[in-house]
Ligand binder design. Structure first.
Ligand code: ADP
Ligand code: MG
Length: 372
């Protein structure tokens, strides 16, 4: 009710502030999972196994074989702004890891029950710890909060239980278990395509067979075949294009070393040819290995295919673009997926041209085949 008298302004309780902030980063099980997968990849894992109960609302567990966490770091692991990936401001401009803000585990600990089991190569046993509201917590009531030794493999297992148990509005905004689960599979599918050397497995707790599995040390087209099927994989064209490639109309003689040239970029894409006609566009975009969205790019590629596919038919496009980290804002909020970067128009145009070339070349060779 609107009042005529102003109400007193009060300071929110610390725990409430943290819970609200955490809800901004962790929207749903799939967003928690994305953070955890990125942590595992940052840790150099070659195997990532995910177990899910009730769409990730009851249980979301991720086991990796990465470098592990030092026992001495477990105390501050879930505190806000604690990270092993960034120490100075200038580090921000050449960040090579997914994480750097040290907010994911902290956020999760404010809105779920978080526990960690981890072992580094040099540890003689694994250590297990639980967290609540950013700090170590007893695993069982009455126990001490200290990490406990236990048996375990090298690597880290993160367990999230009862997501949003203390934030009913977030919980009620979630969809059905099956929809949340399909979002989880979607995130994993995309990361698996982008990381074909890493073995991914995802299953529901108690289910004998996984819903997603990829082998380790694979190649992109093979992973696409496994996860998107033969109909897409058989019609894929690989396109590589970079700022060093001479443009069509101006033979540029740019002799700069790619590393030093802030305008240098390169892209690798796997795109379907005119033989594949999907019902909707599948567009996977990674910029500097981050899963992002660019509606400008999507529109440009749609236009490329407009001239190639019949109306109502859509392509599969997977694009990995690497640009100078300084030309894309790494400080974007973790949940902000839509990105912009320097020279966007030029880069998009050059990639679109390369797509058109690759696709029309394909068409010619097909015609040629038919003629012989
Ligand atoms: P950030 O990734 O931004 O550093 P997080 O809250 O996601 O912040 O993680 C905090 C720290 O915990 C990381 O910097 C890393 O040192 C450690 N960590 C988290 N997950 C893992 C993992 N799976 N393997 C090894 N270390 C991890
Ligand atoms: Mg992280």
């Amino acid at each position: 009710q609107p009042t005529t008298e102003p109400l007193p302004i009060r300071r929110l309780e610390e725990s409430l502030i943290n819970r609200i902030a955490a809800g901004e980063i962790i929207h749903r099980p799939a967003s928690a999972l994305k953070e955890l997968v990125e942590n595992s990849l940052d840790a150099g894992a070659t195997s990532i196994r995910v177990t899910v109960k009730d769409g990730g609302m009851k249980l979301l567990q991720i086991q990796d074989n990465g470098c592990g966490i030092r026992k001495a770091d477990l105390r501050i692991l879930a505190e806000r702004f604690t990270t092993s990936k960034l120490s100075t401001f200038s580090d921000l401009s050449h960040i090579r890891t997914y994480g750097f803000r040290g907010e994911a585990l902290a956020s999760i600990s404010h809105v779920a029950h978080l526990s960690v089991m981890t072992k580094t190569r040099s540890d003689s046993c694994a250590w297990k710890a639980s967290y609540t509201d950013g700090a170590l917590a007893p695993t069982k009531p009455g126990q001490s909060v200290d990490p406990k030794p236990c048996a375990g493999n090298d690597g880290t297992t993160i367990t999230i239980e009862d997501l949003f148990y203390n934030t009913p509005t977030r919980l009620s905004a979630l969809r059905s278990s099956s929809e949340e689960y399909s979002r989880i599979l979607d995130v994993l599918t995309k990361y698996a395509i982008h990381n074909p050397k890493v073995a991914f497995v995802c299953k529901k707790a108690g289910s004998p067979s996984p819903d997603l599995t990829t082998p380790s040390a694979s190649e992109t087209p093979n992973t696409i075949r496994l996860l998107y099927g033969h109909s897409i994989a058989k019609d894929l064209v690989t396109v590589a294009v970079s700022s060093q490639d001479p443009a069509e109309d101006e033979a540029s003689m740019d002799m700069d070393e790619p590393e030093d040239d802030p305008e240098a970029w390169r892209a690798e894409a796997h795109i379907t040819n005119a033989n594949y006609q999907g019902k909707k566009m599948i567009f996977l975009l990674f910029i500097n290995h981050r899963l992002v969205e660019s509606s400008r790019m999507k529109r440009a590629f749609e236009a490329v295919y407009n001239g190639i596919l019949p109306k109502g038919a859509f392509p599969f496009v997977y694009l990995s673009l690497e640009i100078d980290p300084r030309s894309v804002d790494v400080n974007v909020h973790p949940t902000k997926r839509e990105v912009h970067f320097l020279d966007e128009e030029v880069i998009i145009e050059k990639i679109s041209d390369a797509f058109t070339n690759a696709l029309t070349l394909q068409n010619h060779s097909r015609t040629f085949e038919y003629q012989t």
